[in-house]
Design a binder for this molecule. Sequence first.
Ligand SMILES: C[S@@+](CC[C@H](N)C(=O)[O-])C[C@H]1O[C@@H](n2cnc3c(N)ncnc32)[C@H](O)[C@@H]1O
Length: 261
Amino acid sequence: MKIREEKWKSQFNEIYLELYEHLQTDEISLDQVHAVQELLGINKGQKLLDACCGQGRHLKEFLNLGIDAFGIEQSRSLVRHAVEKNNVPTERLTCSDILQLRPDGSFDFIVNLYTAFGFFDDPSNDQRALKVMFDFLKPGGKLLLETVFADREWHEHNSSIHPSGSQVTETNKFDRETNTLSQVVCIINNEKSKRYFNTNVRAFNRSSITRLFESVGFEDCYVLNGFATNNPLFGHFTPLQKESVRIACIGVKPSAEGRQS
Ligand SMILES: C[S@@+](CC[C@H](N)C(=O)[O-])C[C@H]1O[C@@H](n2cnc3c(N)ncnc32)[C@H](O)[C@@H]1O
């Protein structure tokens, strides 16, 4: 029996890379990696999993800093980009939906960055995916998940000129019942040809993300503002504000000692 592939999976391709290239430069990615390293206290040689690592832009920088980093990513074209353009060694990458993997409990840290969570058609898979990340961690290991803040405001229509010169139009519908963003981005080039990037992704706020983390066993959970991208008002991982556009949640897998007592 052939299992139907969820539509969002094929969206992470060359169009995605082109659309967000200017927000994902080496300089921006390195700055984000430094902020993550400082926030979590990651040292050289420690084992880190970049869960849903896209084209490996952070993974490359973690490796350059001497961190024993690995990545998981379901998109074949982004994994190819990680190897060919970002020089990530193939043995550092697993091309798979995270739900299909058997976690080995060996990682000191897991990061899930820049909206890499909440795409499944069935929302209950969010909890399953988070449990897989929990199970990939060692006792005492930490997860950082950084994504869209559900309580932010959305403009239904935006239009801008992309650095490549193409026109970009964005249509956003945000469902406050399910906290799901349905976004259609259209790129119109000089010849007026149109290409689309469509996403449906669940966003989170302080209570929904903390509840989800705790439901799979994380302890000591706290939230912050996420990456400062698109929001120069706040720096990375500053206190969450009602004007924040991104949210970060950090949780700790209880240590074996903690569980015995
Ligand atoms: C917006 S991109 C961010 C990628 C990367 N973390 C970054 O900061 O550049 C989201 C990525 O998460 C991947 N992704 C989302 N859910 C996934 C899952 N369940 N298993 C594997 N990859 C997943 C997508 O394929 C996509 O490449």
